[in-house]
Design a protein around this ligand. Structure first.
Ligand SMILES: [Zn+2]
Length: 181
């Protein structure tokens, strides 16, 4: 059942962008100065990826890499999953659940016009919250955490961290195999 609430009704229109060849340090300073949790990486005007605070923590800081040397393009999430400004929040919730993305950029006629997050969607639709709960744990205080654990769809073993590869949730060991299918 569509909710009649669309991306354009709830999106945040102030989107901070970065270039693929900027360093992670530059992006981190940008996020701090602009008080945002993510930057959309654009090549010219075309959005190609997203890098979040969590990416900086898990792919740079926790691995003891140098944020002055690592480039945004090396830690950004691609392909970029976007939605249109007219997309219903239920559909966006399904996309977020499927990919485990907390933020989805909104693109209108090829142009980046805003960004929607799990938090905004959870606020406007209880039906969407049910869909989001398949993938995120949402507390009554509104805190959101991605649930990554579960059973691998290839080997069937339980894994604390599953990856979404070619339409399947797979464990670390099966990741390469899943990429080849
Ligand atoms: Zn497996």
């Amino acid at each position: 059942m569509p909710t009649e609430i669309r991306a354009r009704d709830i999106m945040v229109t102030r989107v901070i962008t970065a270039r693929p060849n900027q360093t992670v340090l530059e992006a981190a300073k940008l996020m701090r100065d602009e008080d945002v949790g993510s930057v959309i990486v654009c090549e010219g005007t075309r959005p190609i990826g997203i890098a979040t605070r969590e990416d900086i923590v898990s792919k740079v800081v926790a691995l003891d890499k140098d944020p002055k040397k690592v480039l945004i393009k090396d830690i950004m999430n691609t392909p970029l999953v976007t939605c249109s400004a007219d997309e219903d929040v239920i559909n966006i919730a399904r996309t977020m659940s499927k990919y485990g993305y907390e933020r989805i950029p909104v693109v209108d006629f090829g142009k980046l016009v805003g960004i929607v997050s799990v938090r905004e969607i959870a606020k406007v639709s209880s039906e969407a919250v049910e869909i989001l709960r398949e993938r995120f744990s949402i507390t009554t205080e509104g805190a959101i955490e991605e649930i990554n654990s579960g059973y691998c769809e290839l080997c069937g073993n339980y894994s604390e961290i599953l990856h979404y590869v070619n339409d399947r949730w797979v464990c670390d060991n099966c990741k390469d195999e899943a990429e080849e299918i």
